[in-house]
Design a protein around this ligand. Structure first.
Ligand code: C2E
Ligand code: CA
Ligand code: CA
Length: 589
């Protein structure tokens, strides 16, 4: 028979514990009531015994309903209580035969104690139950001592075999050296805890702990010394974990830890406490907090990335995933998936005797639950780096179309819609069919769409981007070179850029009234755009001086705070109303 180490961990998870206990309470209660039914003569005391059987049945319901939420330590109460109930029931039963039948229910304690608890507490529970029940049997004069001992022997044998079978049955999920869960056991626990965390909306954190210079210990002091360090780590950490935490040996000298209920910061503090200097060797840790919707593999990959960061920073350290950026990226992915991103619309004006609103530019907005509004420049760049920009762009376009078609339905205004598109989106051959499908879905005329691509990104000469831009133009939208005037080479290549509009950058507009040379440059750009038949939109118009100069030089379109800030669609509706009411602007319909 396999030696069971005294530090061996519990076999059953709290969920299993609650379920098995509920089953035992239900069967124990029923068995007791049946034994009573066969007993004679019935007296007042048998009614009390029947009450105990009924309480056991109620206990089964309580365990089934609420037990799965209890920390492991709480289960000592129902196991201990079962001994008390049983002892009392045996004392109350009227005849010896039924008393022995009821006493035999003690075998349940043998099975559950070894299944739920470490060997020490399990022996204590079983010992208390056997001593209690056999003492009552003997003192009440139901059976002689040897008979009581025979019951004890049977139940003891059952307990020992249960522990061994349970141990063997779970050995595929356990690391034989440390007795901890192995990778397989860990993966099972991870799935269970992830589901629970998502269901209860509670935090869950994972950590990877790696012994520093373990190979050196193995090489210089031998494998047994290495094994001793691993066992010591498992015991010292295992003893100080909060309830519900799962520690596993992930392989080699790497341990993995799951802590339900703790945020990443709290889990980081925990592993820093655990991995104090007492182990004799340094430990590097990577910690990650589960983000709702993420898979177990993704969570562990982030913990691994954090571990890598910790090691790179010089070992013996702990790091929380990630760097701020990777956390933000994970949250951004969730925000895109849940439709948490919103869209603000900024009016674009046609400058003339009576100014007209010709359209709006859709600008993505992200209100982060803790950080507040994240600047678009920041999260757009992040989305581009982390491969989220296609999903983001599609989400923004869909939201813009949803809101503007609703606005069109109530006001009858068919605005032009400007959307910002990253070159990463245009590098996807499926881009044009996708947006074409969206325009069709909303009944939005494709020739009322302006695709804005920053000038510097247009410079990249990728075949598929060029083909997409041509296909877009054929479909209907106008392509605009955004942030025009901030790049360097465009002026010389302006004739070959696949665009029909130029959007003069905010920084350029800001300088036109402060520098005569800039004013000259603007005049040249206006002339150039006219000659090449390109539309020109000045962005970032903030002052009446800028507005006057743009009109004087013949720039036909403008956008900026002077006319209207980016705003949610409801505000845009009011803004449009106010403009048409006071007659300052009229709208192209
Ligand atoms: P952009 O395309 O150049 O957008 C114009 C930016 O100028 C917007 O900044 C707008 O709020 C700001 N702006 C408008 N009028 C004025 C003004 O009078 N003065 C000043 N100082 N600024 C003004 P925002 O909203 O912060 O967006 C920043 C950039 O993020 C955008 O620059 C665009 O490149 C990018 N972006 C925004 N939404 C999206 C999107 O859905 N997809 C992609 N790919 N990029 C987006
Ligand atoms: Ca733009
Ligand atoms: Ca711009």
């Amino acid at each position: 028979m396999r030696q069971v180490r005294s530090g061996a961990p519990e076999v059953a998870t709290p969920l299993m514990t609650a379920r098995i206990l509920a089953v035992f309470y239900a069967f124990g209660g029923s068995a007791g009531l049946l034994a009573l039914l066969g007993a004679s003569p019935h007296s007042d005391r048998s009614w009390v015994a029947a009450g105990i059987g009924t309480s056991a049945l109620i206990g089964a319901v309580v365990l089934a309903l609420w037990g799965p939420r209890w920390p492991r330590a709480v289960f000592h109460v129902p196991v201990g209580a079962s001994t008390l109930l049983l002892g009392s029931a045996v004392a109350l039963v009227p005849d010896p035969l039924s008393a022995v039948a009821v006493a035999s229910i003690v075998s349940f304690v043998a099975v559950d104690a070894f299944f739920f608890f470490r060997p020490g507490p399990a022996v204590a529970h079983l010992g208390a139950a056997l001593v209690g029940v056999s003492t009552v049997l003997v003192l009440r004069g139901y059976v002689p001592v040897p008979t009581a001992l025979s019951l004890v022997a049977v139940v003891l044998g059952l307990g020992v075999v249960t522990r061994d079978l349970a141990w063997r049955a779970t050995s595929a999920s356990r690391d034989p050296l440390t007795g901890l869960a192995n990778r397989r056991g860990f993966d099972d626990a991870l799935q269970e805890l992830l589901a629970a965390a998502d269901r209860r909306r509670e935090p869950l954190s994972a950590a990877l702990l790696d012994l520093d210079h373990f190979k050196q210990i193995n090489d210089t002091d031998g494998h047994e010394a290495g094994d001793r360090v691993l066992v010591r780590a498992a015991e010292s950490w295992g003893a100080r974990l909060p309830t519900g935490a799962v520690l596993a040996r992930h392989g080699g000298d790497e341990f993995a830890l799951l802590v339900p209920g703790l945020t990443g910061d709290a889990a980081l503090a925990l592993v820093e406490r655990l991995t104090g200097p007492d182990l004799g060797t340094g430990v590097s840790c990577g910690v990650a907090q589960h983000v709702p919707g993420e898979t177990g593999a993704q969570l562990m990959r982030r913990a691994d990335a954090a571990l890598y960061t910790a090691k790179a920073a010089g070992r013996g350290r702990s790091a929380l995933d990630g760097d701020r950026d990777s956390r933000l990226a994970t949250e951004l992915a969730a925000a895109i998936a849940t439709g948490e991103l919103t869209v603000a619309f900024q009016p674009v004006m046609a400058l003339g005797a009576a100014d007209q609103v010709i359209g709006v530019e859709a600008l993505a907005r992200w209100q982060h639950p803790e950080r507040g509004a994240v600047p678009p420049d920041e999260f757009i760049a992040l989305a581009e780096q982390r491969g989220l920009i296609t999903a983001l762009g599609e989400q923004v376009l869909r939201t813009a179309l949803t809101q503007l078609t609703a606005l069109r339905a109530t006001t009858g205004r068919q605005l032009r819609l400007g959307v910002n598109v990253s070159v990463h989106e245009l590098a996807d051959p499926g881009y044009v069919p996708r947006v074409a499908a969206l325009f069709a879905e909303f009944g939005w005329p494709a020739d009322h769409v302006i695709i804005e691509v920053t000038e510097t990104q247009l410079e990249c000469d990728v075949a598929v981007v060029r083909q997409n831009l041509e296909a877009l133009t054929a479909l209907g939208p106008i392509v605009a070179a955004d942030d025009f005037g901030t790049g360097y080479s465009s002026l010389s290549r302006i004739d070959v850029l696949p665009v029909q509009h130029l959007k003069l950058d905010t920084s350029f507009t800001a300088s036109i009234t402060t520098s005569p040379r800039r004013e000259q440059l603007l005049a040249s750009i206006v002339a150039l755009a006219d000659n090449l038949d390109l539309g020109l939109v000045a962005e970032g118009v903030e002052t009446v001086e800028q507005d006057a100069l743009l009109r004087r030089l013949g720039c036909r379109f403008a956008q900026g705070w002077l006319y209207g800030r980016p705003m949610p669609v409801a505000e845009l509706a009011l803004w449009l109303d106010a403009r048409s009411a006071d007659g300052a602007f009229s709208t192209v319909r």
